[in-house]
Design a protein around this ligand. Structure first.
Ligand SMILES: Nc1ncnc2c1ncn2[C@@H]1O[C@H](COP(=O)(O)OP(=O)(O)O)[C@@H](O)[C@H]1O
Ligand SMILES: [Mg+2]
Length: 344
């Protein structure tokens, strides 16, 4: 968002610069003044990410109700690249302003555990994604049988709704494989309401291209590719893009890639810098490459603390980058045809 966009937004609300500063301060708990607003508007100072995010939300919030959801999938054919960290942190940031559902589609249940949810207990109660998918498939088979996704949802303290994972989800790989439209089980499950009631749905995926990842990509509106700044993750991106072409041809022609998010970047290491250069050179013409998320202990500490790093430490290293991804997702959602039709 540029200075002139801020100015247009302010003038559209008939606020002068001091009034606009007061309005922002009231909503964001900051101490901006007229001089600051003026510097943003004439481009001499960068508009802070929380201000951009708040204004985008206000613009959209005025004209739309909740839903339909933009379904965002984090995928890379390599494990340990920051997919779960991306999903948990981005979903948590958006949940401050929007209705957000996070679906943990990785049998390792990392996102579930990261958010402090007891995966084993939920599995015992048969309230994990595995059971939600099974019930949804059964309901579709017995046309008209009621299926209620809300039974499977846990709401975290931060207001984020989660469908947890558990080990049993590993069995879904083989079970979905044996079904004729096994690729579409998650899409059908979300079509029964969630797609219309949430603003954003995030799906965390395992690294291999099995039925769970296919299901996520088949349901997706947009894909984010977290990519550690090291060579093997870059190869994982290439494999994923091939898989995505297949998904587009067979099941989901509209799915796009919002960008690559380089992760765990250490600016002091020449090999990290070389990998970042590779990512920009190989994929930069085709898609957006976000600034890199730095390697920082707060992300690993947050897993142990059972909450998103950015919920525990709002100004953690990488916050600005996450915020830029959040803004890109908000903008992407406004382009969805169903959201456009809600605009007055
Ligand atoms: N920016 C970061 N800096 C340091 N450690 C990170 C960062 N992002 C993620 N991690 C840690 O790296 C490991 C792998 O990240 P994770 O998000 O689980 O990857 P994936 O889901 O792709 O397997 C986890 O232990 C996580 O806590
Ligand atoms: Mg993961």
């Amino acid at each position: 968002m540029r200075g002139e966009d801020i100015k247009a937004f302010r003038e559209g609300r008939s606020l002068n610069q001091p009034e606009f500063a007061g309005w922002l301060n009231k909503n964001l708990g900051r101490k901006y003044d007229k001089a600051k607003i003026s510097r943003w508007e004439n481009g001499t100072e960068k508009v802070p990410a929380p201000v951009i995010s708040f204004i985008l939300k206000e613009k959209i919030g005025i004209v739309t109700k909740h839903g339909p959801a933009l379904i965002c999938v984090a995928a890379n054919r390599k494990g340990g690249v920051g997919k779960t960290a991306f999903t948990v942190n981005t979903a948590s940031l958006l949940a401050k302003h929007f209705k957000v559902l996070l679906i943990d589609a990785d049998p390792q249940a990392n996102a579930t555990i990261h958010l402090g949810i007891n995966s084993i207990q939920r599995e015992r109660e048969e309230k994990t994604l595995y059971y939600a998918l099974r019930a949804s498939v059964e309901a579709h088979r017995a046309h008209g049988k009621a299926f209620d996704l809300s039974e499977y949802i846990v709401t975290t303290d931060g207001g984020l709704d989660v469908i947890p994972s558990g080990m049993r989800l590993g069995d879904a790989e083989a079970e979905l494989q044996s079904q004729s439209s096994g690729d579409c089980a998650l899409r059908e499950c979300l079509d029964d309401g969630a797609r219309q009631t949430y603003d954003f749905i995030f799906v965390d995926t395992p690294p291999h291209f099995g039925m769970l990842t296919r299901n996520a990509l088949t349901a997706a509106t947009t894909v984010v590719i977290p990519c550690q700044t090291e060579m093997l993750s870059v190869t994982g991106v290439e494999f994923l893009l091939e898989n995505l072409d297949m998904i587009r041809r067979r099941a989901n022609p509209g799915v796009n890639v919002i960008g690559i998010l380089p992760t765990m970047f250490n600016a002091r290491l020449t090999q990290d810098q070389a990998s970042l250069d590779d990512i920009r050179r190989l994929f930069g013409v085709k898609m957006r490459i976000f600034d890199p998320i730095p390697r920082a202990t707060v992300y690993a500490q947050a897993v142990a603390a059972g909450q998103a790093a950015l919920a525990a430490v709002p100004d953690a290293p990488g916050y600005e980058v996450y915020q830029s991804v959040v803004d890109a997702l908000i903008q992407e959602r406004t382009r969805m045809p169903e959201v456009m039709t809600n605009v007055a």
